[in-house]
Design a protein around this ligand. Structure first.
Ligand code: HPA
Length: 243
């Protein structure tokens, strides 16, 4: 018996590709589909969370938003992995850098996703889980970042439950542990990949430098975003060609 559609995704079982790109913002998924994919089809629009399936060169790709925060990412990524049998989810998002060497417009590849959320408590582990990306995806993404000439960093990010920083000291504590940047979704994505035996990766454009208080202009956001999408789509293509 098929569990598709799900409460949050209207697509038929075979309408979602094996690799899914996930921006946070539904408008971004429309933008990616319209500007980078061919033969696109709208496969979901529940709650305005637009999902499109199309092709990048010859690679079938679905692009669908995760929404903001770990509960939202938790729902969409679990349904995709578990019920649509998606193999790979690549989050493409923005982040705020907390390391002095990481500058606005740089690319960050999230090898690990530390978190201040309680999402891991659902798994009832007798200890602390270390959410990590899939190494083969990270390796491919780093190769593609290298080829694109982007300035990129590979390391730990913080998936935070709050965008607003009520205690400014918190970010320095994470930075002291070598965490490069803050975002809000990847730890849930990595944990869902772990529990379902699937693969995940987060790639980010640095939109804010939180230590130096530097912020991207909207024009720069667009340019930085394009580079990240190209890295993610080339990675999807590499996975497809490998199989
Ligand atoms: N915090 C969390 N998520 C973010 C930020 C931030 O400062 N910037 C972009 N995504």
């Amino acid at each position: 018996m098929s569990n598709c559609p799900t409460p949050h995704i209207a697509a038929k079982e075979d309408e979602i590709a094996k690799t899914v790109l996930m921006p946070g913002d539904p408008n971004r998924s429309k933008f990616i589909a319209e500007n980078f994919l061919s033969n696109i089809k709208l496969v979901n629009n529940i709650r305005g969370v637009q999902g499109y399936t199309g092709e990048y060169k010859n690679t079938p790709v679905t692009v669908m938003a995760s929404g903001m925060g770990m509960p939202s990412m938790g729902i969409y990524s679990y349904e995709l992995f578990k019920f649509y049998d998606v193999d790979n989810i690549i989050r493409v998002g923005s982040c705020g850098a907390i390391n002095n060497n990481v500058e606005v417009m740089d690319i960050v590849i999230g090898l690990g996703a530390s978190t201040d959320s309680r999402y891991d408590k659902k798994f009832k582990l007798p200890g602390t889980f270390a959410p990590i990306c899939d190494f083969s995806l990270a390796q491919k993404a780093a190769m593609n970042a290298e080829k694109s000439g982007a300035k990129y960093h590979v390391g730990n990010v913080l998936s935070s439950d709050s965008f607003y920083d009520f205690d400014p000291k918190d970010k320095y504590a994470w930075a002291a542990m070598g965490v490069l940047a803050i975002e809000m979704e990847s730890a849930a994505l990595y944990m869902n990949a772990a529990i379902t035996g699937k693969k995940a990766l987060g790639i980010f454009t640095v939109s804010d430098q939180l230590i130096k208080e530097q912020y991207l202009s909207s024009q720069e956001r667009e340019t930085g975003f394009t580079k990240m999408i190209e890295i993610a789509l080339s990675t999807a293509e590499d996975i497809y060609n490998e199989n």
